[in-house]
Write a protein of this length. Structure first.
Length: 174
């Protein structure tokens, strides 16, 4: 059974191992430059984003990052989500996204967005199940690792007056 908790000092090695397990094909769907050396340590040290990890037997199986906006978008958070390829379809991604939604509500954020490659139906289904709706399609916004242009779909979840909706999603506690 996996536990979802905040990323903390001491998690660097397990997080690096998780990042190294992501196949190159997957990196197309991830906004971050996952190959960068020192990325895990930088994420652990980053005090601005809120990062949650799914942990099982000391191994990191998934991560959600909630990145708060600044200035005129200080009420908006961006969600990023990735699950270990060998542990997908176990609801870890949904559990991590719920965890991030709860952290967003606790911080008083009013809106959560997520950016996905447009034809990525799995991720779209996951986020729609959690109440996210498509808000924008940015044509050719992504250039993938093969140099191909792809469209970016921005989905959003509005949190105002949404606590009752969150209770329905089972978001009562940590
Ligand atoms: C998208 C991703 C996070 C899903 O993680 P996951 O733990 O497998 O997702 P869940 O088990 O919570 O799936 C929840 C629902 O989403 C849908 N879904 C998830 N993966 C799917 C797939 N491969 N095909 C079809 N539907 C899928 C299903 O409706 C699923 O419910 P079900 O299993 O009861 O049918 C994972 O595939 C991933 O890490 N992909 C690469 C990174 C990425 O795309 N991140 C999203 C952009 S930030």
């Amino acid at each position: 059974m996996s536990d979802i908790r905040r990323l903390e000092p001491g998690d660097e090695a397990a997080l690096s191992e998780f990042l190294a397990a992501l196949p190159p094909g997957d990196l197309t769907f991830i906004k971050e430059e996952v190959g960068e050396p020192g990325l895990a340590a930088a994420w652990v040290a980053d005090g601005r984003a809120v990062r949650g990890i799914a942990v099982e037997d000391g191994r990191v199986l998934g991560m959600a990052a909630l990145i708060p906006g600044v200035g005129w978008s200080a009420h908006v958070g961006e969600l990023r989500l990735v699950v270990h390829p060998a542990h997908r379809r176990r609801r870890l991604g949904s559990a991590l996204a719920r965890w991030a939604l709860l952290r967003a509500a606790e911080r008083g954020l009013r809106k959560l967005t997520v950016e996905i490659v447009a034809e990525q139906e799995a991720a779209e289904a996951l986020f729609r199940n959690l109440g996210f709706q498509p808000e924008a399609l940015l044509v050719g916004q992504i250039r993938d690792r093969e140099g191909e242009f792809r469209d970016l779909l921005l989905l959003a979840h509005h949190l105002d007056g949404n606590w009752s909706g969150m209770a329905t999603l089972g978001l009562g506690g940590d």
